[in-house]
Design a protein around this ligand. Structure first.
Ligand code: NI
Length: 167
């Protein structure tokens, strides 16, 4: 399976709204999901959305404690008012990190790779990854969510400044 080329910030595919997937079990979609999972692992990412590999469809892969999962046609809604700020990176913005404030808890809905409905609640890192990846499907990159651009920089410099405590 090929490693796919990852679009970097500035490429228009990252700024457009992606289209819903009709059938997650279609052979082309299955191949896309498999290739995206491999590309994410190869790049040491924890999430990868289809527009990042130049495919404007509404699906993403992500890596959690249970391994690599896929969510197709995701719909998210915040649960409660509580927000959390944390550092994020993006395979489309290599070498940089930024601090982003997002809802701490979410409810998610979508389809799995077999086309079955999945839903649940997530918080912390999982909720953050799902929000970051779903943003990609709406043409939103994490710097567009940042409130304080002084908390944006090169990973190496931030790690040096913080004594290696940023992730
Ligand atoms: Ni990203």
């Amino acid at each position: 399976m090929p490693i796919l080329k990852i679009a970097r910030m500035g490429h228009p595919v990252l700024l457009r709204e992606a289209e819903p997937v009709d059938d997650p079990t279609h052979p082309e979609i299955r191949r896309l999901i498999a290739d995206m999972a491999e590309t994410m692992q190869d790049a040491s990412g924890i999430g990868l959305a289809a527009p990042q590999v130049h495919v404007p469809l509404r699906l993403f892969v992500w890596r959690g404690t249970a391994g690599v999962s896929v969510l197709v046609n995701p719909e998210l809604e915040p649960l409660g008012e509580e927000t959390e700020s944390a550092w994020e990176g993006c395979l489309s913005i290599p070498g940089l990190r930024g601090c982003v404030t997002r809802p701490k808890r979410i409810r998610f809905r979508g389809l799995d790779a077999e086309g079955n409905p999945v839903s649940g609640e997530a918080e912390g890192l999982t909720a953050r990854v799902m929000q970051h990846e779903t943003d990609h499907l709406d043409g939103v990159l994490y710097p567009m969510r940042m409130e304080d651009l002084s908390l944006f920089g090169f990973t190496e410099e931030l790690a040096r400044a913080a004594g290696g405590t940023t992730r």
